[in-house]
Design a protein around this ligand. Structure first.
Ligand code: GLN
Ligand code: ZN
Length: 774
């Protein structure tokens, strides 16, 4: 490991601090633990089973193991402070002293932190939202007119001393001031948070001083927002903020990192400031952007050539060639991943069940560290110093191209034959008339979004099946017993359109991925979704083939128990893609169409089996929206087309529903109308029917079920409250189109709450129905 030399140059001199450039690094790593140790420790702490000291010990052990692993892979600058007990943006809010005042009463800093993350009985948590276009969620800082900013560097300084005590050449990582404010939300009438940039930069100047004082040679400041169009003037801000920070009298060498896309003009703006290093994502971004910036000539360029967020093995020759083209562009070059490996599982070693071919195509975090090390050594010592690694990479990738599962001729032929007819249904008004005639539903029909509580009986059955304690037949018997209960419950409550409750689905995307050829479901590929919540995204590696019906038995069983219509329940192509690791060898739109055909076949089988209402969920429609405005139209076009391909195979007398959640429909609202579902249930409880006005504005005129209560809390909504929502909705859409439903699936709720809430929902619907019919 090379030793950096911290220290500053004489005051007034503009050359900045003296720190040796590094060669091999990574912006950040997973932190939840290879066996989710941190999740268990934190949840144990919340439950009072684990002491604060034991929790801290678990965290320290994980940090030490990660650093040691990076050192062993040959890294000469080790990121720290990428560890978090919950979320790096929440950490940043604490760092700049900007937690809302409502948490002030909680004396213990750790408990205060967790209160902001999850709320307490009395105090609401911060809102949570998606981290750029990843599946990670961060907590949204609130900036009010009275918010003040002060420097609280305790966490980062503690990690610095910890690393120094271990002899690690540590590079603290912090989220930058522009990204922090751009991702915050104004509250209590405050102006846009970015208007407070000077106040926050002042805190970072103090932070830099404290880090220099602690002997830090390099600091990494993350500004992923510079690859987006989230706000105007980001480029100008990049220039002014980093000029100010680089002019600080006492500071470490500054590495500004961008990722998740091409920084565009912001790169030149950063390069014109006196910062010492700039990081660029060369997987999503382009080499042309870099070579067109002459001001990089005196910088260290940190080249993210290994994809940090997907799970594919790197084409080492291609990556080395990219590095080669960059050699003349900067004073020195460091090899890195394109972004933190936070978004990928720890290691492939934890996966059995992979055949040799598939294993050879993949690289999880640990394998990516090796790739970065190999590329860095090859760049310095020549490719021949790493021949074995390069040969292994190209041999593995060759099998990927030729594997028959990757290119299935029948699937390709079917895709090529798709016509406009395949993505178009009949006139929407005629469809509804035909459906009404068949279904005979009352005005304001009541329904639910699909899932019912995942009871302990369901979880036990799944565990017993996995451990081999029970066989498939017994498992299926138990699932049918759950369906019996859920159907009986819905009949008793008096709902109009029933569902089977989804007991057989732990996670809906995982469920379909397990049934479809072309997907691999990992055993241990956990990644952090938010806080202690981890998910195992399936890996889409080949052409998608549906070898058998996936839901027909469950749905027809449910239908056999009742005379009311049971709604079939499927997940849409965009959502399946958004919550999986996707192929990097073909456009997403092609993968979407392949999945759409599989879902289409399922809808046709359901219809043939006598199911005449089918819901195809697309909760993640907004999640794949590109970060740059210029790319959004193309995305929405293929996303809508894939949904229509999935849902246009049934006759006009079958009713297609869809469901969307996670609010903030803004930019996708037009696309929702274009989906042309007969009925769209949509989260609206928290945005007071605004969504209906927005839908009206884009000319949407099909059926709609705005969620009349929020299922994300255990609170039971009163009848009067639901009536009020319904009457508000009626002013926006009128009785012919309005459906009555909660705002999302009920799987996370407890049965007594569900019974109470749905009973009130049915009562409220009956009252309002009585009024409109008179
Ligand atoms: N049908 C799914 C459910 O009810 C929808 C899930 C979702 O919207 N995220 O659970
Ligand atoms: Zn939902």
């Amino acid at each position: 490991m090379s030793i950096s030399t911290p220290g500053t140059s004489p005051a007034g001199h503009t050359s900045g601090p003296v720190a040796a450039p590094f060669t091999t690094t990574i912006p950040g790593t997973p932190r939840i633990g290879p066996r989710r140790e941190l999740k268990r420790a934190i949840e144990g702490y919340w439950a009072g089973r684990v002491s604060a000291t034991d929790l801290e010990q678990t965290a320290a052990d994980l940090r030490r193991d990660t650093s040691a692993q990076l050192v062993a892979a040959g890294f000469d600058s080790i990121p720290i402070n990428t560890f978090s007990y919950y979320d790096q943006i929440l950490d940043t809010a604490v760092l700049v002293g900007a937690l809302p005042a409502r948490y002030d009463g909680i004396a213990d800093p750790l408990d205060r932190y967790f209160a902001a993350a999850r709320g307490t009985g009395e105090i609401a948590p911060l809102e949570m939202t998606k981290w750029f276009d990843t599946n990670y969620h961060y907590l949204v800082p609130e900036i009010g007119p009275d918010t003040t900013f002060t420097c609280h560097p305790d966490k980062v300084l503690a990690e610095v001393s910890e690393a120094h005590a271990q002899g690690v050449d540590a590079r603290p990582v912090v989220i930058g001031p522009i990204t922090f404010l751009a991702l915050s939300k104004p509250v209590d009438g405050a102006a846009a948070p970015l208007s407070r940039i000077d106040d926050v930069v002042a805190v970072y100047v103090e932070l830099l001083d404290r880090l220099a004082e602690a002997g830090v040679g390099w600091v990494q400041i993350d500004e992923p927002v510079l690859v987006t169009d989230y706000a105007d003037d980001l480029t100008a801000l990049a220039g002014s903020v980093y000029s100010t920070l680089a002019d600080a009298t006492s500071r470490p060498a500054i590495f500004v990192n961008t990722y998740f896309g091409d920084p565009g003009e912001s790169l030149a703006a950063l390069a014109r400031t006196p910062v010492e290093a700039i990081g660029v994502d060369l997987v999503e971004g382009s080499v042309d952007t870099v070579v067109s910036v002459p001001e990089l000539a005196d910088k260290l360029l940190v080249a993210g050539v290994v994809n940090g967020r997907n799970i594919w093995r790197t084409d080492l020759d291609k990556a080395l060639a990219t590095l080669g083209t960059l050699l003349g562009s900067a004073r020195s070059l460091a090899v890195s991943t394109s972004c933190s490996t936070l978004h990928v599982p720890y290691t492939l070693d934890a996966e059995d069940g992979l055949d040799d071919n598939l294993r050879g195509w993949l690289a999880f975090a640990a394998q990516k560290y090796d790739e970065v090390g190999v590329l860095s050594r090859a760049l310095r010592n020549g490719r021949e110093s790493e021949t074995a690694a390069f040969d292994a990479s190209s041999a593995a990738l060759a099998t990927r191209e030729s594997d028959p599962r990757v290119h299935v001729a029948a699937v390709r032929e079917r895709l090529a034959a798709i016509t406009d007819d395949d993505v178009t249904r009949g006139n929407a008004n005629d469809r509804i008339a035909a459906q009404n005639a068949r279904l005979g539903l009352p005005t304001l029909p009541t329904t639910t979004i699909g899932s019912y509580p995942q009871t302990s009986a369901i979880r036990l059955a799944r565990a017993a099946l996995r451990s081999g304690e029970i066989d498939t037949a017994e498992y299926e018997r138990r699932m049918r017993a759950e369906i019996d209960d859920v159907i009986a419950l819905q009949e008793k409550i008096g709902l109009d359109v029933l569902v089977h409750g989804e007991p057989e689905r732990n996670d809906m995307v995982q469920y379909f991925a397990e049934q479809l050829d072309g997907f691999f479901a990992t055993a241990n590929g956990w990644v952090q979704s938010y806080g202690t919540r981890c998910v195992r995204p399936p890996i889409l590696y080949g052409d998608v083939v549906r070898t058998h019906p996936m839901t027909v038995d469950w749905i027809t069983y449910a239908q056999s128990l009742t005379n009311k219509p049971v709604k079939g329940m499927l997940t849409g192509p965009v959502t399946i893609l958004a919550w999986s690791f996707v192929r990097d060898d073909q456009p997403l739109s092609v993968s979407a169409d392949q999945i759409a055909l599989a879902i289409r076949d399922e809808t046709v089988d359901l219809e043939d089996a006598g199911i005449h209402i089918i819901q195809v969920d697309e909760p993640a429609l907004r999640e794949l929206l590109p970060l740059r405005d210029a790319d959004k139209r193309t995305y929405l076009d293929w996303a809508v087309r894939a949904f229509r391909l999935a849902t246009s195979g049934v006759s006009d007398t079958s009713q297609i529903h869809t469901h969307l959640c996670y609010s903030e429909f803004g930019e996708v609202i037009g696309a929702i109308a274009d989906l042309d579902a007969d009925v769209t249930s949509i989260e609206a409880a928290r945005s007071a029917m605004e969504v209906l006005d927005d839908l009206n504005e884009v000319g949407f005129s099909n059926g709609v079920g705005p969620g009349v209560y929020d299922i994300h809390s255990p609170r039971v909504p009163g009848t009067a409250e639901i009536e009020k929502s319904l009457r508000a909705a009626l002013t926006a859409v009128g009785p012919q189109r309005l459906w009555v439903n909660p705002d999302c699936g009920l799987k996370t709720r407890a049965t007594p709450e569900v019974i109470a809430s749905l009973t009130n929902l049915v009562t409220a619907a009956a009252t309002v129905r009585g009024d409109v019919e008179n």
